[in-house]
Structures are given as structure tokens and as C-alpha cells.
Design a protein around this ligand. Structure first.
Ligand SMILES: [Zn+2]
Ligand SMILES: [Zn+2]
Ligand SMILES: [Zn+2]
Length: 789
């Protein structure tokens, strides 16, 4: 059995036929831009989704309409429901904790809604919302012959008016404390709260309807409250969650309550659930961010805030405890179904040796590897079967021992009769695969063909394969550049960040330092917090130059400090290669000064596709595409019929240079444009840089959304090469998702940045960069202390 896709022409794929065996691990490999994600994501995943969605009734379809762009496949068979786990770097909001990312928070909310009990923070009494049936069931449990009073409690004083009302309605007896009073007796009036006796009965068979009537009456008189008094004591019931001791009204128990949102009653009203007030831990909630009411909820004796503070292992033990505590088989069945999704996720993490992780730990304090495992656990703990799981770069940022654990996850998925597809370049992970599909040979127009498809062993014998030489060793990496001793060092004094204390260390200016180390040793923390802060300090002190030199040993960063991650490469809908590499303004100005443009009064804005006006196509707003609703669940991206994909109005396109309109220029690849603009240093210098970093295949008009992370990274770095101001660049795991051939391009780019006087600090998990950099430091963590070796 297999998944078969025939005649695939999505994006740059060249009418290829692909087969993926069921119940096996398949790797899809290829250089950046060769068509991997066009095949794995835009074809296999989307087609799988559509197959599933199209089985839904027509009523459901509008919910999904417009989200998917139908892949271009002539014929497909053997598809199963498809899950995509993307490992693209994701930034977490400060408040997102492990429990949120693992989705156990969500399931815990339901557990607490159904099984949580709340005790009044003031009186310690259990607060419940009850109905007549609850009271009747309680009375039915009492031994036959028990004398009981059904009473309606009042929390106010018995004044003259109320007394008259009660007597007129026929109620003559009240309790205050354990003292019973007869209101018809003169002078027999209690002070303080009291309860009105609605009925007095001795329990026996066949009096349910009388009791129910009395209880209903008591509920009505006392605004939803009733007390059942026996010689043993008083049991209170309320139709609202209200404390029967002090009368405090509680928020209704719904999943929404279990949050830090003050609106729902769950968040601390003092700090608004933010836990901190002006840099101090909130005194009202002790920093938990929960209201006292929410803090008073518990399941199996463990409060809501205490559940949040548990480690994965402790939470697993608690889950067992909840199930053991259920005596009633119906309640046990309900509890099991609530616990199961929580337990599965926790178990998955515990099996990955992350049982010590606290559920409240903020996601942005975890290492790459830990983050990946939490995400994988959330996605894959569903115990699904017969599903195709596509993992996009699962090895990204993982150390060697972590990759071994990844192997365990894949085997588990295969055992459960799933199909696993990896989009991956890591030789260690490719070695785990049964089947390999390699796309290439180049990128863009030069890619989109199948170079190899078959079992892993056959790959080594395939002469066309670009990946197989790298599976043996990395000797093809560019060696480190010979450089003199650095003139200055950047000093990092001892500092404590996120509970880790980093030893003092000095890194060379105008050199490339690579930091490595095992999982959770603080590599990313050092880079994103310590290096960024110290670097900014040094950059800021440049005006007080002499002091900066004392502090840093002589160098500084006039160009500033730049953390280069996904966030520093913004992808706006209209941005394309020409705008990203900085030639777009020059190009538009060039077109605006051509004689015909000047004669017609066109300015550079006329050639903009972002500005509404007479310049761009009115139909497609300058995108060249129209999304057509196919009536089903998908949209089809079609060429705009008005401009035929050329983005501009015919008048704009009449402005030509050497026979090319501006749309024609955007259709050029970088390589072709270099020939056209060889006499324009402003344009050709930038295009040359793109070509040198291996991006000569990109089209100038190619939208940023179609670029891979690796392509965006190289585009951004190439732009920095233009700057002559020495800067400090920080890169956390820059090799994510890169084919070894692409890594070679990137390393050469790093070395050129250093040639120009820039300083580079990169974190690397792969070990590939060690021989290429000027300095290699290994982070070593002992307890909370991190040293550099
Ligand atoms: Zn109370
Ligand atoms: Zn608070
Ligand atoms: Zn158009």
C-alpha cells in the first residue's frame, strides 16, 4: 500500500510522479528552493486535508472555505488524513507555559469544570450549586425515621416588615444558630441571620413529592438557597455557587473560569492576572495570577494553582490519584475520559526524559530541543492510527542524543500504523528513513525534478544525488579563514539570567565565534539575552568612546547589534525579492525618468504594486493572481485575467526600457537581471551578492511568502554585506532546514561578513560550523552555573 501522486505540477514541480509507502518513514530532501515544501506541504498535506474536508456535509464547508489553495495534481490515490508538524521557529508570548503549549491546560480546564470542588476561602465550606434533585437525593440517603427541617436561610436581620410578611404567608418558626423560635410568641425574635422553617418531616417511604415541593418553596423564598437541618447538623444547598456560610457568591463553574482572565472570575483582580505589579510579585495572589476563588478549587485535594506548579512526573502521579479516588463506576468513566488526553501528553514527554519539566515553565525559557519535544508531544500524543504525519525539519536544533529520542517517536508512530514523512537534510535522521525522495537538481526553475526515489541504501549509488556525498562526511565544508590575532575582545562579565549564571568570557571583535553545547546548557539564553544586551551596551557607548574601550578592550559596533531570526525578515504581502534586496526603489526611479514616463507625468509611485492608484492592475491589486472559489473547500490560485499576471495596467506597461516593461524585469531571475543591469552599479552590486550566496535562481518578482526560511536568511545577510559600518550579528541555529550545499553558501557569507569587519556570534547544534569559524567555545553547565571551554 502506498500514497501515489501523479503529474504533480504545484509551483516549480515538473510534472513528477511520487510514491510514498504506507507504514514507513520517508525523507524528502533537496537544496533550498528545489520543491520540497511544494511537494510535502502544498501538495501532500493540502490534498490530504481536502480529501478529509470534502467528506464533510455542505453545511460544514463554509467554515473552511478559502483557507486552502488546491494543489496541482493530475491523479492521487492512497491518501489518508494528514497531520503537519512544522518546526519553523516560533516565538512564544511571555505568558505561554509548557502546559499551554502541550495543551494540557485546555484539558485540565475541563477536568476542573467537571470534577473540581471549591471551598469558600473565608469559611472553608464546600461551595456547590444544587437543584431540587440534589436536595431530594440527600434526604433519601438519611436513615428512615430521621427528623428534619427544610429551612430557607436569610443573611439579614429579621425586621418588622419581614416579620409581618412571614406571618401573613403562614411561616411561624425560624432558626438562628441552633435555637428555634416561634414568631407568634411575643418577644421571641432572633437577632442576626436566621432561617425560616418551611417544613418539618420525619423521613419515611413515599414522601418525595412533598419534600420536593417544600424544597422548591424554600429555594423561592431564600433566593435559591435551602438548608436541611437534622439533629446531626445543617447541610446547605444553593442554586447559585454561593457559600452557605458567609453568603459569598462564586462565579459559575465553566472552562472559561480556569484562566488568568479577571473577566471570567479566574484572574487576580489586583494584578489582572499578570502576576507582577510594577516589577513586584503581586501581593494579592502571591504571583500566581489567580483569583482567591480559583485558588480555592481543587481536584483530588490538589488546588488549581498547585496543579500548574507540578512537574510532568508529578502531574502523571496526580492523574492516577484522580482515577483511584473515583469509587462510583459512572464517575470513574467520566474521569477517565477527562484524564486520558492529559495523561497521554504527559506520558509522551516523560518518555522523552522530560518528566522533570514544570508545567508552569514559560516556553521561551526552554532550549530548542525541549521546545521541539513539547510541540511534538502536543501534536502526536493523540494515539492516532492510519494517519500520515509530515514533520518539517524535526531535527532542527536537536543534539545527537535528542535525535535518538526522535527515532523512538517515529518508531512509535509506525507501530501505530501511521506513515511518517520527514522534510529533512540531517544525515543522522535520513539514516533512520526507509525511503528517500530527493528533488533537484537546483532551485526554482532549475529544480522540481525527482533525482532519486527508492530505499535509503540505493541513494549512495545514485550519481545524480546531491545529498549522498554529505551522508558520508562534511569534508566539503569551507575551512576556517586564516586570520591574525584579534585586535580587541568583547568582554561579557559574569551575569545571571533566567536562573543561569554565566562565567565571565571574552569573544573576539571582527571574528566569527561559534557556540555549541548539549541540550539546555544555556546556549540560546546566552545569545539572546547576554550577548544581545552586552552588544547593545557596547554599541550605545560608542559616543563615550574612551569608556567603551575600557569596558570592551577597544572595539565597538557603530552599525549596532542585530539578532537575525525569523522576526528580522518581515514577510509583507507585497514584498518580493527586488524589494527585499534593496533594488526596487532604484528600479522604479529608473523607469520614472524614462522619456515616455516623464512625458506622461509618471513618478516612481506609478510603478508601485503596494500603492493603490492608476499604476497597478485594478483587478488583482498588483499581485497578478486571483483566488477563485471552486465551490468546494478550496481556492484555486489563477492568473489574473485582466493583467495576465503582469500586475500593472497596460498604460504602465507601455513604459519600456530596452524593450522590457517593469513587469518583464520582475519576471527576470537574478542571473538574467545581472546581464540586463550590468552597467548599473547600484543594482548589479546587490544582485551580484545574491548570486554569490547561491540565490541566482530567484525571480525578482517572487513574493516573500514563497521563500523558504533559508532563502530569507541569506537575502537578509546579503543586504548586510552592503553596509560598511561594523556590526555584531547574532544567529541562533542558522542551519535549520538547510541542505549541506546551502550551508556551504551560508558559511562563505559568514566569512565575508567577518572580512568586512563585522562580528558574528552563532549558536550551532549540528557541529558543522565548528571547523569553519574563527573561534569555537563549548558551553558547559553544572547546576545553574555555565562555563565556557
Ligand atoms: Zn464562606
Ligand atoms: Zn495578583
Ligand atoms: Zn491583474
Amino acid at each position: 500500500m502506498k500514497i501515489a501522486l501523479f503529474g504533480v505540477t504545484t509551483h516549480n514541480l515538473k510534472d513528477i510522479d511520487v510514491e510514498i509507502p504506507w507504514g514507513k518513514i520517508t525523507a524528502i530532501v533537496g537544496v533550498s528552493g528545489s520543491g520540497k515544501s511544494s511537494l510535502a506541504h502544498d501538495t501532500l498535506y493540502v490534498e490530504g486535508q481536502l480529501r478529509y474536508l470534502e467528506t464533510l456535509s455542505l453545511r460544514m464547508r463554509p467554515w473552511f472555505s478559502g483557507r486552502l489553495i488546491r494543489p496541482q495534481v493530475r491523479w492521487a490515490s492512497g491518501l489518508s488524513p494528514t497531520v503537519l508538524v512544522s518546526q519553523k521557529s516560533q516565538t512564544w508570548a511571555d505568558a505561554t507555559c509548557v502546559s499551554d503549549a502541550l495543551e494540557t491546560s485546555h484539558h485540565l480546564r475541563f477536568l476542573f469544570t467537571h470534577l473540581g470542588i471549591v471551598r469558600c476561602p473565608e469559611c472553608g465550606l464546600e461551595v456547590r450549586a444544587s437543584d431540587i434533585a440534589d436536595v431530594a437525593a440527600f434526604c433519601a440517603e438519611l436513615p428512615l425515621g430521621t427528623r428534619l427541617w427544610v429551612t430557607a436561610p436569610f443573611s439579614r436581620e429579621l425586621d418588622e416588615e419581614l416579620l409581618r410578611d412571614l406571618l401573613e404567608t403562614g411561616f411561624t418558626r425560624v432558626f438562628a444558630g441552633d435555637q428555634e423560635y416561634d414568631l407568634e410568641e411575643p418577644g421571641q425574635q432572633p437577632s442576626g441571620p436566621f432561617s425560616v422553617v418551611v417544613d418539618r418531616v420525619v423521613t419515611r417511604e413515599g414522601q418525595q413529592s412533598r419534600l420536593a415541593g417544600s424544597v422548591e418553596q424554600a429555594f423561592r423564598i431564600a433566593g435559591g438557597q435551602v438548608q436541611i437541618r437534622t439533629a446531626e447538623g445543617v447541610t446547605a444547598f444553593s442554586t447559585r455557587p454561593q457559600c452557605t456560610g458567609c453568603g459569598r457568591v462564586f462565579a459559575r463553574k465553566t472552562p472559561r473560569l480556569f484562566s488568568r482572565d479577571p473577566e471570567t472570575g479566574g484572574g487576580c483582580p489586583s494584578c489582572g492576572g499578570n502576576r507582577l505589579v510594577e516589577g513586584q510579585v503581586c501581593a494579592a495572589c502571591g504571583g500566581s495570577g489567580h483569583s482567591d476563588e480559583l485558588a480555592a478549587y481543587s481536584v483530588s485535594g490538589v488546588s488549581w494553582p498547585a496543579w500548574q506548579e507540578l512537574t510532568v512526573d508529578e502531574a502523571l502521579a496526580q492523574c492516577r490519584g484522580v482515577l483511584d479516588a473515583q469509587a462510583d463506576p459512572h464517575r470513574l468513566a467520566a474521569a477517565s475520559s477527562l484524564i486520558a488526553p492529559i495523561e497521554r501528553r504527559l506520558r509522551f514527554l516523560a518518555d522523552l526524559d522530560l518528566g522533570g519539566l514544570r508545567l508552569s515553565r514559560p516556553m521561551n525559557t526552554l532550549s530548542h530541543g525541549q521546545t521541539q519535544f513539547v510541540r511534538l508531544s502536543a501534536h502526536l500524543a493523540g494515539e492516532l492510527s492510519g494517519v500520515t504525519t509530515i514533520l518539517d525539519e524535526p531535527g532542527m536544533g536537536l543534539a545527537r542524543d535528542e535525535k535518538t529520542k526522535l527515532k523512538g517517536i517515529f518508531e512509535r508512530l509506525i507501530d501505530q500504523k501511521n506513515t511518517v514523512v520527514l522534510v529533512e537534510h540531517d544525515p543522522e535522521l535520513i539514516a533512520l528513513c526507509d525511503h528517500v525522495i530527493e528533488l533537484g537538481p537546483g532551485a526554482g526553475e532549475l529544480g522540481g525534478e525527482v533525482l532519486y526515489a527508492g530505499d535509503r541504501a540505493g541513494l549512495a549509488a545514485c550519481p545524480e544525488s546531491r545529498i549522498s556525498p554529505w551522508l558520508m562526511d562534511f569534508s566539503g565544508m569551507p575551512p576556517a579563514v586564516e586570520r591574525p590575532a584579534p585586535e580587541a575582545m568583547l568582554r561579557f562579565p559574569e551575569v545571571t539570567v533566567r536562573e543561569l549564571t554565566f562565567d565571565e568570557v571574552a569573544l573576539p571583535f571582527s571574528r566569527w565565534t561559534v557556540l555549541t553545547g548539549p541540550m539546555a546548557c544555556g546556549k540560546s539564553t546566552f545569545l539572546t539575552a547576554v550577548a544581545a544586551a552586552q552588544g547593545r551596551l557596547v554599541a550605545a557607548q560608542r559616543t563615550r568612546n574612551s569608556r567603551a574601550e575600557v569596558a570592551t578592550g577597544g572595539g565597538f559596533f557603530p552599525g549596532g547589534v542585530k539578532m537575525l531570526d525569523e522576526l528580522s525578515f518581515p514577510r509583507t504581502p507585497h514584498s518580493h525579492v527586488a524589494s527585499l534586496c534593496g533594488i526596487w526603489d532604484v528600479l522604479r526611479r529608473w523607469y520614472a525618468q524614462l522619456p515616455l514616463a516623464k512625458a506622461r507625468g509618471y513618478d516612481a509611485a506609478r510603478f508601485s504594486t503596494t500603492r493603490a492608484g492608476d499604476g497597478r492592475c485594478l483587478r488583482c491589486s498588483g499581485t497578478g493572481e486571483i483566488l477563485v472559489d471552486t465551490g468546494g473547500l478550496s481556492q484555486l490560485a489563477t492568473v489574473c485575467p485582466l493583467c495576465e499576471g503582469r500586475r500593472y495596467t497596460p498604460q504602465t506597461l507601455e513604459i519600456t526600457w530596452r524593450g522590457y516593461s517593469i513587469a518583464d524585469v520582475l519576471a527576470h531571475t537574478v542571473r538574467e537581471a545581472l546581464g540586463l543591469f550590468s552597467h548599473f552599479p547600484e543594482i548589479s552590486s546587490r544582485l551580484t551578492l545574491l548570486s554569490e550566496v547561491g540565490l541566482e535562481y530567484l525571480r525578482l518578482g517572487q513574493p516573500s511568502r514563497s521563500l523558504s526560511g533559508g532563502e530569507m536568511q541569506r537575502l537578509a545577510l546579503a543586504r548586510e554585506l552592503v553596509s560598511k559600518q561594523p556590526s555584531c550579528f547574532l544567529l541562533d541555529e542558522p542551519l535549520g532546514g538547510l541542505h549541506p550545499d546551502d550551508v556551504v553558501h551560508l558559511v562563505r557569507l559568514f566569512q565575508r561578513l567577518v572580512d568586512q569587519g563585522h562580528t558574528l556570534i552563532t549558536v550551532d547544534h549540528t557541529g558543522w560550523l565548528i571547523p569553519c569559524a574563527d573561534l569555537h567555545l563549548r558551553l558547559h553547565r553544572a547546576g545553574d552555573r555555565v562555563s565556557f571551554i
